[in-house]
Design a protein around this ligand. Structure first.
Ligand code: SAH
Ligand code: SF4
Length: 442
């Protein structure tokens, strides 16, 4: 059958879609060239905010109307349960995020409608697959037990579980043998790797080291794989910014100098209410540690504006924290109550227009700050991994530095061809808020 997978949401979903595609190909199905050509369409959904869920469900509704075999997978399925067929009466099958491994069998069985929510221990299809790319996402930790007040992720992705290190290392080794040069390790709170359940190499006794040991040790094992040029990971929590993690940054040049460290708010009162388990000061201490050994260490974050009870003073605290932390980039979300979460029981009392205003203020701040941060790099030489011709201008090449900053540069027609995954040293000649312009060294 010719299939197509549409993906909404985070990197975790991108990886899950890749896994589903690989399983369908292995079962003898083929990729469609586009929607018209597809006989089977699967939408991978997000539910972290109501708008995100509506987008995925709306898209699925349109596809159902087109009369194709249509499936919905991912987080919105787990949240909606049986109700998914009330929302989408023509839907053929629906599969929760921990049941995606069942998709080939569901299609082989051909009995519809069908709903598989998946239990906690999982038909989950954890192994990563990439086709010909140089970058791969690798799940190391699934689920989440943090239960931040606003967040639906623990309800839909289940309990935290760390994959055995042996399995992760073998998988990355296989990816590298197939041409992968950069991996991004995924987990909702990835530095908690090996904390809830020991995830050690089988030969080792489980360690009591938790935060201090498990993840840094995984990095060490991955850094020993020849041919793996870059190791990234996301998302992080300040508690995981231990001295041991700092040592891994210092000792292994493959470990990229970028951390996505969601802060959510700069107000202690709000952080406490959210159940984030850090204060503003603790968060900033983690930032100081990271920037201490490399002032150009790139930091990105997520922020929520308009959380229940967020006052102007709370918002200004977020604003000043973002400036103090000097984020290189940030993602701002307008608070959206999610049914069943703790904060959904509180009045959603920041008016829509005010959420919008706070969003715009933070975006404008970030634009100025991003430009200022990037401008400091003008005149320096950065090592860049080639990703390919730039999307906007085919005469230019595009890649990223260790800090995940996008770098673009002109290639002269007579210079030797660049290959994706190659490392080049470039001089930065200009800076924008989200992009660096470079030139070849001569
Ligand atoms: N596990 C990650 C976050 C995953 S959700 C972490 O803790 O770092 C991605 C982002 O969505 C969050 O960082 C948060 O900023 C945003 N988000 C989550 N729930 C939200 C809600 N109910 N309303 C608005 N934004 C939300
Ligand atoms: Fe959600 Fe908090 Fe878990 Fe992140 S750490 S997925 S924000 S509950």
């Amino acid at each position: 059958m010719k299939f197509l997978v549409h993906t909404y949401g985070c990197q975790m979903n991108v990886r899950d879609s890749e896994a589903v595609e690989a399983m369908l190909l292995a079962a003898g199905h083929t990729k469609a060239s586009g929607e018209d050509d597809a006989e089977l369409v699967i939408v991978n959904s997000c539910t972290v905010r109501q708008k995100a869920e509506e987008k995925a469900v709306g898209k699925t509704g349109n596809l159902c109307a087109a009369g194709k075999l249509t499936g919905l997978m991912g987080c919105a399925v787990k949240r909606l349960g049986e109700d998914v067929f009330k929302r989408l009466p023509k839907l053929d099958f629906a599969v929760g995020p921990r049941a995606i491994g069942l998709i080939p069998k569901i299609i082989a069985d051909g009995r519809y409608p069908r709903l598989e929510l998946g239990d906690d221990m999982m038909s989950q299809a954890l192994a990563s697959h990439v086709e010909g790319g140089v970058q791969a996402f690798v799940t190391v930790l699934v689920g989440c037990d943090n239960r931040c007040s606003y967040c639906i992720v623990p309800d839909v992705r289940g309990h935290e579980y760390s994959r055995p290190a042996r399995e992760v290392v073998a998988e990355v080794r296989a990816l590298v043998e197939n041409g992968v040069k950069e991996v991004c390790l995924l987990g909702q709170s990835v530095l908690r790797y090996g904390v809830r359940n020991p995830a050690w190499f089988d030969s080792d006794p489980p360690s009591a080291g938790g935060y201090r040991e498990a993840f840094p040790r995984l990095l060490e094992a991955l850094a020993a794989i020849p041919g793996l040029k870059r190791i990234r990971f996301t998302s992080a929590h300040p508690k995981g910014c231990t001295d041991e993690l700092m040592r891994a940054y210092r000792e292994f040049p493959q470990v990229c100098r970028h951390l996505h460290l969601p802060v959510q708010s700069g107000s202690d009162r709000i952080l406490e209410d959210m159940g984030r388990h850090y204060t503003r000061a603790e968060y900033l201490a983690a930032v100081a540690k990271l920037r201490g050994f490399d002032p150009e260490f790139a930091l990105t974050t997520d922020v929520i504006v308009g959380y229940p009870g967020e006052t102007e003073a709370d918002f200004e605290a977020t604003r000043s924290l973002m400036q103090e932390a000097g984020f290189d980039n940030s993602f701002v979300f307008k608070y959206s109550p999610r049914p069943g979460t703790r904060s959904a029981a509180k009045p959603d009392d920041v008016p829509k227009a005010e959420k919008e205003r706070r969003d715009q203020v933070l975006l404008a701040d970030q634009e100025a700050r991003g430009l200022a941060r990037n401008s400091r790099l003008v005149g320096t030489v950065r090592e860049v991994m080639v990703e390919g011709p730039s999307k906007r201008n085919k005469a230019r090449f595009s890649g990223r530095d260790s800090g995940n900053r996008i770098v673009v540069w002109d290639v002269s027609p007579d210079s030797p061809p660049l290959r994706t995954g190659e490392m080049v040293k470039l001089r930065i000649i200009d800076a924008h808020a989200q992009i660096l312009i470079a030139e070849n060294l001569v």
